[in-house]
Design a protein around this ligand. Sequence first.
Ligand code: GTP
Ligand code: MG
Length: 215
Amino acid sequence: MEIKSAKYLISSPDYTKCPAPDRPEYAFIGRSNVGKSSLINMLCNNDKLAKTSSAPGKTQMINHFIIGSESVKEKASAKNTAWDGWYIVDLPGYGFAKVSQSARRRWEQMIENYLRKRENLTMVFVLIDSRHSPQKIDLEFLDQLRKWDVPFSIIFTKTDKESQAIVSKNVKAFFAAMKKTWQFLPQHFTTSAVKKQGRDKILAFIEETNNRGEE
Ligand code: GTP
Ligand code: MG
C-alpha cells in the first residue's frame, strides 16, 4: 500500500470532540519522546505533518490525520484512485516526569476514555524505545490495554541509535517479560524514523487490517 495523501484534521481535548467515527482508526501511543510523531511522519513521508520535538511532552491532545491510500488491489487494477480511507491518531506520551499530579490525572482520563470509547479504533500501536531493557511503565500500560480489551501491536523505535545486537536483545527481553503474564504475544515491528526502517511492513499490516474489516 502507498500513502497518497495525509492531512492534519483536528486536535481534540476529549474523545467526544473527535471527528465522526466513520472509518478505521490507528492510534500511536507510548512513552513521552519515544518517537510517535516522528514515526507518523515517516509512514506518511512528510516531516512536517505531526509536530516533533527533542523535549518530551510535545503532543498534548488527540490529533487526527486523514490518510488517503492506494491499495495493492487498486494498483493491480490500474485504477489509480486514492481512497480517503482511514485515520491516524497521534496521542500525547505517558511517563513525562515534569507534569503536575493534576495534569497527569487529566491525561490518564483523556486517554482512557479515548481508548475505551472510541468506537472505530481499529488498532493501537504501542511504541517502545528499542534502546532500553523492559520498562515497568510500558508493561503496566499493556496490562491496562488488556483490561480494557483494546487491540494493540508493538513498535520498537529508534533502532538506528543502537547496534542490531542490542536491539534484538532488548526486544527478546521485552517479550520474555511479557510472557510472565501474557499467554499470547502481539505482532511487533522494529523501526527507525531516520532510516525509514519498518515502513513497508507497517503499511502492509494496516492495509491487511483494513481489508479484513471490509469483508
Ligand atoms: P511526545 O509528543 O513529546 O510524547 O514525543 P513523541 O513520542 O511524539 O516523540 P517525537 O516524534 O517528537 O521524537 C522525540 C525525539 O526523538 C525527537 O528529537 C526525534 O527527532 C527523535 N526521534 C524520533 N524517532 C527517532 C528515530 O527513529 N531515530 C532517531 N535517531 N531519533 C528519533
Ligand atoms: Mg509527539
